[in-house]
Design a protein around this ligand. Structure first.
Ligand code: 5GP
Length: 136
């Protein structure tokens, strides 16, 4: 599957790379939410969390931790949002899996605060939990 990220991985399109190993690259997002916004991209193609190979999962968290610590030190940020958009409805635009690491500063004015919906009742909330639980 050819995507903008597969072209970046192959070096056909330039990118500002901050990390690379056998399985992943991490680059600066071309349209950063904050300066230093990093995208962690697996080299193996899959679309998003729904078709992610299990082997990727165990590698991702240690890498996110490594990148987050490096970003905190290098950018002197106060926090980092780690976000993955999975599917068009969730805002995914590039259909090659990737995870955003967004540096945050006190009072930087960026808002990720989600809208809050309400369950009809405690029972409705419990039914929703049971529905998910039975699919695991
Ligand atoms: P998504 O909405 O799919 O989670 O995020 C895709 C991200 O890829 C966006 O934040 C967008 O700015 C970034 N992006 C899209 N095209 C390019 C590109 O050619 N180079 C880089 N470095 N980032 C890109």
């Amino acid at each position: 599957m050819e995507t903008i990220f597969s072209k970046i991985i192959k070096g056909e399109i330039p990118s500002s790379k901050v990390y690379e190993d056998e399985d992943f690259i991490a680059i600066l997002d071309i349209m950063p939410t904050n300066l230093g916004h990093v995208l962690l991209i697996p080299k193996e193609y899959f679309e998003n969390i729904f078709d992610a190979p299990e082997s990727v999962g165990s590698k991702v968290y240690p890498l996110l931790s490594k990148l987050a610590k490096a970003m905190k030190e290098a950018l002197n940020c106060d926090g980092i949002n780690i976000v993955q958009n999975n599917g068009k409805a969730a805002g995914q635009e590039v259909f090659h899996a990737h995870i955003h690491l967004i540096p945050r500063y006190e009072n930087d004015g960026i808002r990720f605060t989600p809208q809050h919906k309400e369950y009809d009742s405690t029972e409705h909330m419990q039914q929703t939990a049971e529905k998910i639980k039975s699919s695991i």
